[in-house]
Design a protein around this ligand. Structure first.
Ligand SMILES: N[C@@H](CCC(=O)N[C@@H](CS)C(=O)NCC(=O)O)C(=O)O
Length: 205
């Protein structure tokens, strides 16, 4: 398998899942700052111009964080990265879709790329503020969901990895102060060997 990633992007979560599973894989960086995602070589990998993309051993390419994470977890059951109970499985998906589509796609994107939401430059600050509100709203819900548990569900799953990548954007990039239980979850995640390896590989230590 080959992971197409950008250091510190949401693809960090897939990098972590690959490390958790312990299967052999290659990782190829895509330089988003220089617009490599819009160049023909990468468009052939993912015409949506986004990382992560995962080239599977039989040649198919999988895109979308939630789909890739679910595929890796389902094909590596020994890693126990999803709950066995179907309702808990659906809860994991519920969390990942919320993190990926709302917190990331709506909230953080407004903070990081306000120009994509505000054609008029004078609206950028308002767009950023709305993004911060949405991002914080998501963390508050995750904080409640964690309660007094170490992980979001009955054990560590790919939903925790989804929460980790947005927590990294909040804490690591100093966008927002994490609420206490999410901050403890972030610290817990950072001590996992798979997280340490993926972060080191991306030069984020
Ligand atoms: N829905 C996509 C979103 C992926 C995404 O937004 N990736 C960002 C990095 S975190 C990206 O590649 N951005 C490049 C761009 O938008 O130009 C997924 O879940 O995989």
């Amino acid at each position: 398998m080959k992971l197409f990633y950008a250091p510190g992007a949401c693809s960090l979560g897939i990098h972590i899942i690959l490390e958790e599973i312990g299967v052999p894989y290659e990782a190829q960086a895509v330089n988003l700052r220089e617009g490599e995602q819009f160049k023909p070589a990468f468009l052939a990998v993912n015409p949506k111009s986004k990382v992560p993309a995962l080239l599977l051993d039989h040649g198919e390419i999988l895109t979308e964080w939630v789909a890739i994470a679910g595929y890796l977890a389902a094909t590596n059951p020994q890693a126990r990265l999803v709950p066995e109970d179907p309702l808990e499985w659906a809860r994991a998906t519920e969390i990942m879709v919320y993190v990926n589509s709302y917190m990331h796609g709506q909230g953080f994107s407004r903070i990081f790329r306000p120009d994509r939401f505000a054609p008029n430059p004078e609206d950028k600050d308002a767009v950023r503020a709305e993004g911060r509100r949405m991002f914080a709203e998501g963390f508050a819900l995750m904080d409640e969901r964690l309660g007094d548990k170490d992980f979001l569900l009955s054990h560590y799953t790919i939903a925790d990895v989804a929460l980790f990548y947005v927590s990294y954007w909040a804490e690591g990039r100093q966008t927002l102060t994490l609420p206490p239980r999410v901050a403890a979850h972030y610290a817990r995640m950072k001590s996992r060997p798979a997280v340490i390896s993926a972060m080191n590989a991306e030069g984020l230590a």
